[in-house]
Design a protein around this ligand. Structure first.
Ligand code: CIS
Length: 209
């Protein structure tokens, strides 16, 4: 869990605005989190998240003052792209990134809450399935839903996953889960705030891939 705790998301201010630069910095460690799954099968997922981050950063870098918060990026692109918006630019990249972040949020929360298959308590399938249904399934067509099922069977055992989150150190599962709970405080608030922006600005798209 050292991996996530070393790169915490910031506490949100009272107006719940998410500042772009610290958000991108905290997210830049998420691809290493995917490495904790321990298989190259997850490389396309890592590439997907990295691609979204690169796209958002490219827009931010064009004018860091104007795009200080994620909401300002959506507002700026809405003005700039007219009818093409929101299926364009950093707005589209963040729309998909937030779904990946929601996946991670629900997955970690389910682990932290001790949800498990009593007959196979060391498997992550219950936690992974819950996360998928809450975040991505609705936006995936038949093919990607099948791919998800196949990938799910390659997920590591819970003990292995928790150990790799702790950078290989021998820590008790409960100690690691306590750190996950702490990480989730700011992380969940950030993900929820991004969803609120998309809802408030009617920027969520329902199409499937
Ligand atoms: C044995 C199995 C063999 C299978 C091998 C094949 C592997 C192929 C895997 C492909 C997975 C990649 C899924 C990507 C799907 C994208 O099409 C989809 C839409 O992308 C967006 C872009 O982001 O499309 C837009 C256009 O419509 C834009 O191009 C946009 O890019 S932009 O705007 O930046 O240019 N994207 C997604 O669906 C997002 C997928 C994110 C997945 C996040 C998962 C986080 C995992 C955290 C790990 C927690 C531990 C869990 C343990 C097991 C996890 C299983 C996770 C499975 C998720 C699978 C999804 C298929």
């Amino acid at each position: 869990m050292a991996l996530l705790m070393d790169h915490q998301f910031r506490q949100l201010p009272a107006d719940k605005q998410v500042e772009t630069r610290p958000f991108l910095e905290a997210c830049s460690y998420l691809p290493y989190f995917i490495d904790c799954l321990g298989s190259t099968i997850f490389a396309p997922i890592k590439a997907e998240i990295t691609g979204n981050l690169t796209k958002i950063k490219a827009v931010y870098d064009t004018n860091p003052g104007k795009y200080k918060t994620l909401q300002q990026i959506l507002e700026g692109e809405k003005d700039m792209h007219g009818s093409q918006w929101p299926k364009v630019g950093a707005t589209l990249a963040l729309m998909w990134l937030k779904r990946a972040l929601r996946f991670i949020q629900v997955f970690l929360q389910s682990l932290a809450d001790g949800e498990r298959d009593e007959t196979n308590p060391n498997l992550l399938r219950i936690n992974v399935t819950k996360a998928y249904e809450a975040s991505l399934m609705h936006y995936h067509g038949w093919f990607l839903q099948k791919i998800f099922k196949a990938i799910m069977y390659t997920a590591p055992y819970k003990t292995e996953f928790l150990k790799s989150l702790s950078k290989g150190r021998e820590v008790k599962d409960e100690e690691c889960l306590e750190k996950i709970r702490k990480f989730l405080i700011n992380f969940s608030a950030t993900v929820d705030a991004i969803y609120d922006v998309y809802s408030k600005m009617h920027a969520e798209l329902e199409y499937k891939v």
